[in-house]
Design a protein around this ligand. Structure first.
Ligand code: EPU
Length: 338
């Protein structure tokens, strides 16, 4: 790639799952390290690295350089009778990677089926669903350091994984481009169906001894029933994180709502589903013209077509303020705002 392949005024609508009609002043695609080096990124004052575009809300035209990660390739690095170590290019589609692993009967990410986005974003926010998180199977990643042009390896500890968090969302934000991720999967998969909805979905399917393919099918069915398909309805999955609160806060809410769902974190803290709080506050299914709160999962904000990023941002702000007023709980956005 040469610097000539930078395009001007690129429309990003097809590259973000909210379908926001915004442009990047300059835009380029990269498929390997040589492409990245040729871009001289250390000189760029305003740079944004785009993956699958499934966790961002674009609120205005981007007055800088957007580069899109299209590094592909899946390779087996190591294997024995029990495990396989697989490396995937950061630009691989996450769900296609999951399907590939399931076809090979490599277990460990089947519960993460149908999560939108690319492999490179999976460690960035430690993606998780239905009782599994990427950190459980993560080995290492390679990342290009923008300031120096060096390729650096990060092991699990260096990534500082937390709930929908990693060092790449905090201290190292904007400093690296993840180029590949390596996972260790199991050839003798241990099925994880303890998450209530999976078990009942499998029962509906008439399956009692599920394979990883059947677990994946169950997860896909649950996701399809609750979460809008970005191809049909613009959205970025959970817009907010589930708040972690002191047990005293839970007890206060239980005085009025004995049914409030909660998950233990430690002796003193629990995680509350933000979707439940937002539904209780009356926002679920609310539609304002061409945007709103999804009717089946209040954690998801949707663009019915033609909404502005700024409108969805204002809606999220109104929800945050209302939840604070009604429950004295401060919600945080999960989606990146640009
Ligand atoms: N709930 C409601 N009303 C709602 C939504 C949820 O009452 O509108 C209640 C449910 O009845 C349930 C609880 O809240 O008791 C949890 O709901 P759900 O199982 O749908 O999961 P969640 O906590 O809302 C999280 C992830 C999802 C992931 C699911 C499944 C976050 C921020 N979100 O949602 O991730 O798919 O668990 O594991 O942690 C994403 O990150 O984009 C995403 C979709």
């Amino acid at each position: 790639m040469t610097i000539n392949s930078i395009k001007n005024e690129q429309n990003l609508a097809s590259m973000n799952t909210f379908g926001m009609q915004v442009t990047a002043k300059r835009f380029a695609v990269f498929r390997n390290l040589a492409d990245i080096s040729a871009l001289n990124l250390a000189q760029e004052e305003n740079l944004f690295v785009l993956g699958g575009g499934s966790n961002i809300l674009l609120t205005k035209n981007f007055d800088g350089l957007v580069i899109k990660n299209e590094i592909t390739g899946i390779s087996v690095e190591k294997e024995d009778s029990e495990t396989v170590t697989v490396k995937a290019g950061a630009g691989e589609n996450w769900h296609e990677f999951v399907v590939y692993c399931i076809k090979n009967n490599w277990g460990g990410i089947e519960n993460l089926s149908l999560i939108p986005g690319n492999v490179g974003a999976s460690p960035m926010q430690n993606i998780g669903a239905y009782g599994m998180e990427i950190k459980d199977v993560f080995v290492s990643l390679e990342a290009y350091e923008i300031a120096t042009g060096k390729l650096v390896v990060f092991d699990k500890k260096a990534c500082e994984f937390g709930y929908r968090e990693s060092v790449f969302k905090r201290a190292l934000k904007g400093k690296y481009i993840i180029t590949s991720v390596t996972f260790q999967l199991s050839k003798k998969p241990v099925i994880k169906t303890s998450y209530g909805a999976i078990q009942s979905e499998l029962e509906k399917m008439g399956v009692s001894q599920p394979t990883i393919k059947e677990v994946s099918d169950a997860v896909i069915a649950i996701r399809r029933s609750k979460l809008p398909d970005p191809k049909e309805l613009g959205n970025a999955g959970s817009f907010f994180k589930n708040p972690v609160v002191a047990r005293a806060v839970l007890q206060r809410i239980e005085e009025e709502h004995t049914e409030v769902p909660h998950y233990p974190i430690d002796g003193n803290h629990v995680k509350l589903p933000a979707g439940w709080l937002i539904e209780k506050a009356g926002w679920k299914g609310k539609r304002f013209d061409n945007y709103g709160v999804h009717q089946h999962q209040a954690l998801v904000l949707v663009n019915y077509g033609g909404a502005k990023g700024q409108e969805i941002l204002s809606l999220s702000e109104a929800i945050i303020q209302d939840i604070f007023k009604k429950f004295d709980i401060q919600l945080e956005r999960e989606v990146n705002i640009l």
